[in-house]
Design a binder for this molecule. Sequence first.
Ligand code: ADP
Ligand code: MG
Length: 227
Amino acid sequence: MLELHQVSKSFTTPQGPLRVLEGVSLALAAGESLALMGESGSGKSTLLHLAAGLDVPDTGEVRLATRVLSSLSEPERAGLRREAVGLVFQQFHLVPSLSVADNLSLQARLAGRHDPAWCDELLARLGLGDMAQRYPEQLSGGQQQRLAIGRALAVRPALLLADEPTGNLDETTADEVLTLLLGLVQASGCALLMVTHSPRVAAPLDRCLTLAHGQLGAIRNAHGASR
Ligand code: ADP
Ligand code: MG
């Protein structure tokens, strides 16, 4: 589904080049869920941006489904992202002037993949069914993040990329949102790559990798064994 092959990425800073990823390889199968952990500044968001085609590596390849994402043009990457990738961030990035229902379906409409029945099901499963005509500012933080998750899944993406999706929520709300997210990921059959600081959040996922000094290490496989 998603494959990173020997991916390296540096940024130019006033102090000189900053090497963030150094020869990182990763494969995520269809329907598989993977947690990505690591200290702040270790390059987790950078890796997620490369997986989404929001940025390209300096060297190495990023493959999404059958396409080499890293050799496509910016408009081609944007097109593939709209069709195949759902994105959820720590900030909810909702459109304040649009209703809950319109926020949820916006990206699906833009991608030409609007499925009203699926959108209604998402609203119901996210506990937002009777809030469809409200506006984002009338929702709690947890409700806003549930809406952002629904928006990401409305296109029925093959891959959901989530960057600390519960990072802005208190622990109880975070647990509720995470349970809903994992349930919907299973229902939709998409693969999940989720960045998180929290071992508790990472625990229910199939695999967990950690990023440090530009390299990935395995800390847990599907059976919970650590090495
Ligand atoms: P994480 O998500 O693990 O906290 P990031 O991937 O956001 O880490 O950032 C990794 C490192 O790269 C940090 O030191 C950050 O400051 C730097 N960085 C990220 N994006 C850029 C950029 N566009 N330009 C310069 N430096 C960047
Ligand atoms: Mg980050």
